[in-house]
Design a protein around this ligand. Sequence first.
Ligand SMILES: [Zn+2]
Ligand SMILES: [Zn+2]
Length: 237
Amino acid sequence: MKFNYFLDYLFPRKCFGCGTEDSYLCSSCSSEIKLLKRQCCPRCRRYEEDGKPCSKRCAEEFIFDQLLVCLEYAKSNLISKMVVQFKYKFSEDLVGILGKIMKHQLACFSHKFRNSSGNIIFIPVPLSERRLKFRGFNQSLLLAKYLKDSFNDTEIYDCMNRENGSEQQAGRARNQRLKNLENKIFVKENWNERLRNKNVILIDDIATTGTTLNECARALKTAGVNKVCGLVLARGK
Ligand SMILES: [Zn+2]
Ligand SMILES: [Zn+2]
């Protein structure tokens, strides 16, 4: 028995949508996944071609320059199930499925960003050391690695860190979240020199208010980064 088959025997693969065995995503469920064909303003969610803030007022709140979202999201849908599963249990198949989705959207929407001067690098949104130890991997770094393989001349800088306990954001009001995060996400020592004038694609799985991305962008720009484009699988309400 080959090792993979042995694993399948121990942990049968089931479709995340309907539970059918054999694959993590059967063809009928995968046809239900709808990639977003338009991006919108990260603040007011009005249609906006490149996912940039639509007005001066909307731009005031965000330090990142644009936000690319891949999929429609609802708490109950297939994608949210897959992302939760992905967060807590490493699965190469899921990295492949979710990474492919990101790769496609990045290719569709990031032309202008990629054509702007300066090198593009991928940076995963960090987990705190405690969370990383507990989980064993950073899901955003896995997605970044998948993406890197399909883009030439790109590097991943795993150059950020966050304080222990700064992840528990759900359920807090936006102002409270901002307060809790201030200065708790930072660039690791000795990285500033390498970050200067880079254009960054900042990778996360799900964004809600955008607070975490924003705090990452704040730390990166303080370190000398030129532009920051957030890339997330989906955006929660
Ligand atoms: Zn299915
Ligand atoms: Zn707006």
